[in-house]
Design a protein around this ligand. Structure first.
Ligand code: NAD
Length: 482
């Protein structure tokens, strides 16, 4: 099998915050890989725009070092890297002042796709959008890409949406949630809507429950101050986990295209039931191999959660009665993200002995992206009808061989979608607001109750209460394993 790479149109991509961590770790290495794969045309140009004072040569040197640091060795081709660096230039721009905007305008060519990536803090989204328009740099066809966090509650998200909407139409705004760019997430839609097999069973009659886990081994790292104002609910659940839940739970869209998909996701968010206190478990990692959460964020009285587990319900015909269990946390046992659809047991066992366990379709986002279906079969050999559970493994590495190594990173895919003008895998403004409208009362609830998160051991699966959340329902979390 040979991957089909369709080159995108020539483009000018301006990266505000082009010298920052995200640009160096994800955006620029991703663009290089698209060039090396033949998807980014050699006529494309990438313009770094940031506060630091440097010239093109210094920016190229900085990007060269970033590629060296963040690309895997087998992706480094000195000739292609040199070719990529040639496409880069740099403009010093003050996002909140007047410096640099005229120079930036000179870099934008006629007849190309124009995209502006706001890889800067959200407080700069409005000022940059305003200047792009007032200085005549962006027009009605330009696209802007904005990063998370998109607000910290409904009010701030609305204000951000309004500050962008003053200058750009919704069809020009690409709100990134990089979870949506993952190969398996799109494959989830292919499996659901490209096969007859699953969709008829995809409802509360046949699905016992659904688990979504995003487990990290890292702590808050250098983001302590930001994280302590945010917590796992705002940082992970409101965006990434809810987006995954939407794709699992949504009705089949009429077509796999921007508005149809986003309309269906929005309906799921609006159908989420309010969450009762007994459906929430919050945790904070204790001292261990690394300083505990409170020391890491330098706030001895912090009540912010570094772990959260939730039991959710969706009030519609398809899902009434099926619980969705979500959990995410830092300093856990392994780095593993997965969605597991756990089907009900067969209604009656015709075999002697204990009934087979239920079928599980698990969709792994990381590591080792792929899918696995657990089915019951007869244990081979003599000895009667003994049933065993075996996984039908559909991991990409096995199924696709070397081609799996070329699966683009989420950022690469999403940036190419921006150039193509495809918004399907980006969040619409009303979706983000609906997600905050559901999140806000949950957070206000525990703040009003003065609830404190339970400590949990580093390298564990979270606080004991999280296990109880499922035990009470006669269920178990799936193992967190890398
Ligand atoms: P960073 O602090 O490393 O970089 C910030 C960049 O913005 C720098 O290039 C800086 O020069 C530029 N900048 C700051 N103020 C400016 C001004 N007034 N005018 C012009 N340029 C200015 O930040 P980062 O980690 O790259 O994150 C950028 C954005 O992406 C943030 O909103 C962050 O929340 C988000 N984000 C980052 C990551 C990540 O992994 N780093 C992941 C997801 C989202």
């Amino acid at each position: 099998m040979v991957a089909r790479i369709i080159p995108v149109e020539p483009f000018d991509l301006v990266i505000f915050g082009g010298t920052g961590d995200l640009a160096r770790r994800k955006i620029l290495p991703g663009l290089y890989r698209r060039l090396a794969d033949g998807q980014m045309p050699p006529e494309a140009r990438v313009i770094g725009a940031a506060r630091s004072d440097m010239d093109d040569a210094a920016f190229r040197a900085l990007v060269g070092e970033a590629l060296e640091e963040f690309l895997p060795d087998n992706a480094k081709d000195p000739e292609r890297i040199a070719e990529f660096l040639e496409l880069l230039s740099y403009v010093r721009v003050d996002a909140t002042g007047e410096d640099g905007w005229a120079a930036l305008k000179e870099h934008i060519r006629e007849g190309t796709v124009h995209a502006f990536y706001f890889s800067v803090g959200p407080s700069l989204f409005g000022p940059i959008a305003e200047r792009l328009k007032s200085q005549g740099i962006a027009d009605d066809k330009s696209r802007i890409v904005v990063e998370k966090p998109f607000g910290k509650d409904l009010q701030t998200a609305r204000a951000l949406n309004e500050s962008l909407a003053c200058h750009f139409d919704e069809t020009q705004i690409y709100r990134i949630d990089h979870y949506l760019g993952k190969e398996t997430v799109q494959n989830l839609m292919a499996v659901r809507f490209g096969n007859m097999l699953f969709e008829p069973l995809w409802n509360s009659r046949y699905v016992d429950h659904i688990q979504i886990t995003v487990a990290e081994t890292v702590g808050v790292g250098g983001r302590g101050e930001y994280y302590d104002r945010s917590g796992a609910m705002r940082d992970m659940v409101q965006n990434h986990l809810l987006q995954l839940l939407c794709l699992i739970a949504m009705e089949p869209p009429g077509r796999f295209e921007d508005e149809s998909v986003r309309d269906e996701k929005l309906k799921v968010i609006r159908a989420l039931k309010p969450v009762a206190p007994e459906d929430i478990v919050r945790g904070q990692y204790a001292d261990g191999d690394e300083p505990g959460y409170k020391s890491a964020v330098n706030n001895p009285s912090s009540k912010t959660e570094s772990f959260i587990a939730l039991r959710l319900g969706i009030a519609n015909w398809r899902w009434s009665g099926t619980p969705f269990y979500l959990r995410t946390g830092k300093r856990l046992k392994a780095r593993a993200s997965e969605i597991a659809v756990v089907f009900k047991d067969a209604p009656h066992s015709i075999f002697d002995g204990p009934p087979g366990q239920s079928n599980v379709l698990s969709i792994r986002l990381q590591p080792n992206e792929g899918m696995e279906m657990v089915v019951t079969i007869k244990e081979p050999g003599p000895g009667g009808m003994r049933l065993i559970q075996v996984p039908l493994d559909m991991s990409f590495a096995d199924a696709l061989g070397e081609q799996a190594e070329d699966i683009p990173d989420a950022y690469e895919r999403l940036i190419m979608d921006v150039i193509r003008g495809n918004q399907t895998l980006f969040m619409r403004g009303d979706e983000v607001e609906a997600a905050w409208a559901w999140t806000d009362p949950v957070i206000e609830g525990w703040e009003d109750r003065g609830a404190t998160p339970s400590p949990y051991e580093q390298g564990s699966t979270g606080p004991e209460e999280a296990l109880m959340l499922l035990h009470q329902d006669g269920r178990r979390w799936r193992e967190i394993k890398a």
